[in-house]
Design a protein around this ligand. Structure first.
Ligand SMILES: Cc1ncc(COP(=O)(O)O)c(C=O)c1O
Length: 390
């Protein structure tokens, strides 16, 4: 029998990371060790306190049974309390917060919840590539908005034509951003709310790197902005800040109608997030400051050390103000794929070629800051050698 798959699944673009991971995996089985500066998660260990909580929580009989679809009330209340304490956001745990099975799942679900086939989504690029598949699943179209360094990689709403704004139904934002490391400002979010209201466009802000913010204070939060709840939702992840990306949990906060629909959508595919995972993140939130205190200084020190050297080696780059990456311009005469392959095959350095992050990435590579001091030294030595060879 010939199995004919649906148009929906056939129309979903291949995950852009597959061919890249394949190349990396072929190289890794080929002798010399690789230095992994491509990695998208922090290198710190999962805090002992969270491992202990998880261990204890798997013994609780209630966690081995089906749980409440929308999650434990204790967790929803803790998130609400944490949002108030950290960002001064009022979010009702009953109807303004939805748990998601990792923000990747939530971000991929929202287009199907909001868009009809043929609708238009605005996608500022370069961006995290996983938004694209969720948009394709909804059968919606993408219009890329190229982010520019002269605007600190913030969306310049005045450059979006009124025809495009009229046509669009949804925009994805991501600050602190992957791959660039740009961060938002309070003023930018105020403009975002005004523009979204005027044009009737729903805003999804992906705050997965909320704790990776290297200016003073906390990362500006879209939901802190007056009127934000009227126009959209913001996603938070537990993966990066607590080094628990394997547990698959995050949440969205904001507009009641979207949150209600997201909760309903989740129940179609899943019963509930594993109770022991929920218990673990309750502990994470209660100890948030203590467990994430190291992040600012660790990454600031790494950024200073690497960018000083990159400067000396004649590279141009965007000095990140958030996130865990450096967006590095490739050497003259290369494109992102060539330079990525040169680094991989000859210098044994894994990076990510910029083209996978959409238009505007073709002359860049993404370098991860998830590197120990020794690894940074090795990276610099290899790049010095590359300079001599070129
Ligand atoms: C910008 C961005 N958003 C979302 C995610 C997904 O995170 P999670 O582990 O919560 O699914 C990632 C992971 O790399 C990311 O870089």
């Amino acid at each position: 029998m010939k199995i004919e798959l649906s148009k929906t699944i056939k129309n979903i673009p291949e995950n852009v990371f597959y061919p890249i991971f394949k190349l990396i995996s072929d190289e890794s089985s080929n002798g010399n060790p690789l230095l992994n500066a491509g990695i998208g998660v922090p290198d710190s260990d999962t805090p002992e306190l969270l491992l202990e909580t998880l261990e204890k929580s798997i013994r609780k009989p209630e966690n081995m049974r089906y749980g409440a679809f929308d999650g434990k009330n204790e967790l929803l209340e803790e998130i609400s309390h944490w949002l108030k304490k950290t960002y001064n956001i009022d979010a009702n745990p009953k109807d303004e917060i939805a748990l998601v099975f990792g923000t990747k799942a939530g971000l991929s679900s929202l287009p199907s919840i909001i868009l009809n086939p043929g609708d238009t989504t605005l996608l500022p690029v370069p961006s995290y590539p996983d938004y694209i598949q969720g948009i394709a699943l909804a059968g919606a179209n993408i219009e890329e908005i190229i982010l520019k360094e002269e605007n600190s990689y913030l969306v310049d709403y005045s450059s979006i034509s009124s025809e495009l704004a009229e046509k669009a139904k949804l925009i994805f934002l991501n600050y602190p951003s992957n791959p660039i490391g740009a961060v938002a400002t309070k003023k930018f979010y105020e403009e975002t709310v005004q523009w979204a209201e005027k044009n009737n466009i729903i805003v999804i802000q992906d705050h997965a790197y909320s704790d990776f913010y290297y200016k003073d204070g906390v990362s500006p939060c879209f939901m802190q902005t007056a009127g934000a709840k009227e126009v959209g939702v913001e996603f938070f992840s537990f993966s990066k800040n607590f080094s628990i990306s394997g547990l698959r949990i995050g949440f969205a906060v904001g507009n009641k109608e979207i949150i209600k629909a997201l909760r309903e959508y989740n129940t179609i595919f899943h019963a509930n997030i594993y109770g022991a995972v929920q218990d673990t993140v309750i502990t994470a939130l209660r100890n948030h400051s203590e467990l994430t205190r190291h992040i600012k200084n660790t990454y600031r020190t790494r950024i200073e050390k690497i960018t000083r050297k990159l400067d000396k080696l004649g590279y141009s780059f965007y000095k990140p103000e958030g996130g865990i990456f450096i967006w590095l311009k490739v050497k003259e005469g290369f494109n992102s794929q060539d330079f990525f392959e040169l680094l991989l095959k000859k210098y044994r350095i894994v990076t990510m070629p910029g083209h996978v992050f959409g238009s505007g990435g073709n002359n860049y590579i993404r370098l991860s800051l998830s590197l120990s001091n020794n690894q940074i030294d090795t990276l610099i030595k290899k790049l010095e050698q590359l300079n001599k060879d070129l």
